[in-house]
Design a protein. Structure first.
Length: 204
């Protein structure tokens, strides 16, 4: 988290530092992202940057935390409008999230870098940091369909397993799409196919 001095800056200067960090971390992997580029874009000294943040990792997670908070805030506004069964709600939320990505390309690039496995130490820390909150969001998404019946809870677990497994399989393909709109279409098509198999049963 930022040091107290960061919050004593005026809002314009804080925004400049955030934008500089977002720009650098969205364009470069964490290990090669340059704090020199960040301070140049923000118009501050290196000494000042590390008065506001303990180190590069502290700055990185501050920016990533902020971007994820924005994603959750904006997408959950539309979650209440999702109607239908478990499958339709999951597909509907995926479409809402992709629409946010399309509207926020730089933030999308940061998230793409952060959550695609590059076997780095920072990726492992990222997954550990956000795993619980991601599961909480998914549970909240499906909460209207959850009852005390064991079958209901098992159905939701199965959907979660399918979506998690599908995401792990699909994520390596993301870089092959230059256009986020095309990525959205391909993702939803494959997700719908998998969910239909679960819904209709596996044919012999």
């Amino acid at each position: 988290m930022p040091e107290r001095l960061f919050y004593e800056l005026d809002i314009t200067k804080r925004a400049l530092i955030f934008d500089a960090g977002l720009k650098e971390f969205s364009q470069h992997p964490y290990d090669t992202a340059s704090t020199n580029s960040i301070i140049k874009f923000a118009g501050i000294s290196k000494g000042s940057l590390f008065k506001y943040f303990k180190n590069k990792e502290d700055l990185y997670f501050f920016i990533l935390d902020s971007v994820i908070a924005d994603l959750v805030t904006e997408t959950t506004k539309d979650m209440s409008n999702l109607k239908g069964n478990l499958f339709e709600v999951v597909i509907g939320y995926a479409a809402i999230e992709f629409n946010w990505h399309i509207s926020n390309p730089e933030k999308y690039q940061l998230l793409k870098r952060a959550f695609i496995d590059d076997h780095s130490a920072i990726f492992k820390k990222t997954i550990n940091r956000y795993k619980a909150s991601a599961e909480s969001l998914f549970d909240s998404l499906l909460s209207d369909h959850l009852t005390k019946e064991p079958s209901s809870q098992k159905n939701i677990k199965i959907i979660k397993w399918v979506v998690e497994g599908f995401n792990q399989e699909f994520n390596p393909k993301i870089d092959s799409f230059d256009d986020v709109g095309m990525l959205k279409d391909a993702y939803l098509e494959e997700l719908i196919n998998y969910l239909n198999i679960v819904k209709n049963g596996i044919a012999d």
